[in-house]
Design a protein around this ligand. Structure first.
Ligand SMILES: [Zn+2]
Length: 213
């Protein structure tokens, strides 16, 4: 079972991808994780990717595709995988499609987790992070015991630049321009499934498992 997760940054598709991976026993392949692993291990690919990420730019398709195809060719992916963060653009989707066709394979499901922009902006701006130990909170959903202070290490909590309204809006704009056409792409291939991402995460997952069986 090969699955592509679609949805705006902050829609919760990463969380759903992890839950799918666990339930169906297939790897959760997140481009973010693969890049971080390569950077941590100091590979050439990691160094190359880092130059873009440091500038807050998207890693070029060619580089992303190379690292992704290498990952899904590994033994643990032979029964399927959940792709999270890839493809992000039509050219990436086309390359993936071409490469899978060569192997006699295809994407079985493209699951779009739908959440309106206003909801995402609200969700993200409530996030708080501890820069000392990495713990994360949400002022409404996962508040710390003492306001503004990390439960785990007592450090001060901050609103990361990544979670600020302006940054979130910019990311959403990029998403709508580049990733939204993927919804049409997978719809044309008759594998698109849409789920309401505004409900509780357990209910989102229920809707997904109803589709996957
Ligand atoms: Zn902390």
């Amino acid at each position: 079972m090969k699955i592509v997760m679609l949805g705006a940054p902050g829609a919760g598709k990463g969380t759903q991808a992890k839950m799918i991976a666990e339930k169906y026993g297939i790897p959760h392949v997140s481009t973010g994780d693969i890049f971080r692993a390569n950077i941590k291990n100091g590979t050439d690919l990691g160094k190359e990717a880092k130059t873009y990420m440091d500038k807050g730019e998207l890693v070029p398709d060619e580089l992303t595709v190379r690292i992704l195809l290498d990952r899904v060719a590994q033994e643990d992916c032979k029964n399927g995988y959940v792709l999270d963060g890839f493809p992000r653009t039509i050219p990436q989707a086309e390359v993936l499609d071409t490469e899978l066709t060569k192997l006699g394979e295809k994407i079985d499901y493209a699951i779009n987790v739908e959440v309106p922009d206003e909801n995402i902006i609200k969700r993200m701006s409530g996030r708080r992070a501890c820069l000392s130990c990495g713990a994360t909170y949400h002022i409404e959903h996962v508040p710390p015991k003492k306001e503004g202070i990390c439960d785990k290490c007592g450090s001060e909590l901050v609103l990361r630049d990544d979670d600020k309204e302006e940054t979130v809006k910019n990311r959403l704009n990029v998403y709508h321009q580049q990733t939204q056409p993927l919804i049409d792409f997978y719809n044309n291939k008759k594998v698109l499934k849409e789920v309401d991402g505004t409900v509780d995460m357990k209910d989102v997952f229920k809707a997904i498992t109803d589709i996957l069986g």
